[in-house]
Design a protein around this ligand. Structure first.
Ligand code: ATP
Ligand code: MG
Length: 229
């Protein structure tokens, strides 16, 4: 496919089945640098499957995904995992922090995994924690912080490598509305300031309101919604 002009990540004709279940049925997508796009839609409609395909975690049965001008299906597994490590960041519903590590060690982990020395990785990690207003939690373990604090630590971890795309699947799904909105504000501010694109899956209109554009996913098909202003 030819990706739409200016898009960083684009897909068309995505199809994915799990046995008899059709999870994606011709879904399409596009996002440009610095843009926040919300994927909305009912449970089971294919939002997470679409996000996983775009992130190179799940291989679609058919269709095309182009990232930074390159067809993803033409990449090797090693190239796709290098992308996930260095150019993509991830935030999930339950932060999925490593319980044995302190918060700053968690945030620094993606840098450590790509070979950054500990001191430098933790310094950058602390800077990101400060931006997310959780630097006072650096030495605590994930079990010792609140849900909202843990999600802010998870957002810091997603941003620490300076990713070009952040994938967030229901990042506020386990938080109350006040904490959820704060996490969204910090996530979108941080992403915009670094010109990262954010692919955000959410059920909640209040959360989707932080996006620039909404795409509704229904029965494995996606449809761009004009934002009513
Ligand atoms: N690994 C899997 N194995 C089998 N079926 C799957 C798998 N992943 C997803 N599905 C099925 O594909 C369909 C789409 O699932 P998906 O997780 O993408 O939905 P979703 O929109 O993210 O839903 P939710 O809002 O509940 O998270 C569902 O019918 C689901 O049961
Ligand atoms: Mg889901």
């Amino acid at each position: 496919m030819t990706a739409p002009a200016g898009s960083l990540l684009a897909a068309e004709g995505l199809r994915k089945t799990y046995g008899p279940t059709v999870a994606l049925d011709g879904a399409e997508f596009s996002i440009h640098a610095g843009e926040v796009v919300a994927l909305m839609g009912p449970s089971g409609s294919g939002k997470s499957t679409l996000l996983h395909c775009l992130a190179g975690i799940v291989t679609p049965d058919a269709g095309s995904i182009v990232y930074a001008g390159r067809e993803m299906s033409g990449m090797t597994d090693a190239e796709r995992s290098a992308l996930r490590r260095s150019e993509f960041g991830f935030v999930f519903q339950f932060g999925q922090l490593v319980p044995e590590l302190t918060c700053v060690e968690n945030v620094a982990l993606p840098l450590r995994l790509s070979g950054t020395p500990r001191k430098e990785a933790e310094k950058t990690g602390r800077d990101w924690m400060a931006r997310l207003e959780v630097d006072e939690l650096a030495k605590k373990r994930p079990g010792e912080v609140s849900g909202g604090q843990g999600q802010r630590v998870a957002v810091a971890r997603a941003l620490v490598t300076g990713p070009r795309v952040v994938f967030a699947d229901e990042p506020t799904g386990a938080l109350d509305s006040l904490n959820g909105e704060r996490v969204m504000e910090l996530l979108t501010d941080a992403a915009r300031s670094t010109n990262a694109a954010v692919v955000l899956v959410t059920h909640e209109a209040r959360v989707a309101a932080y996006s620039d554009r909404e795409i509704v996913v229904r029965d494995g098909k996606s449809r761009d919604m004009e934002r009513a202003v």
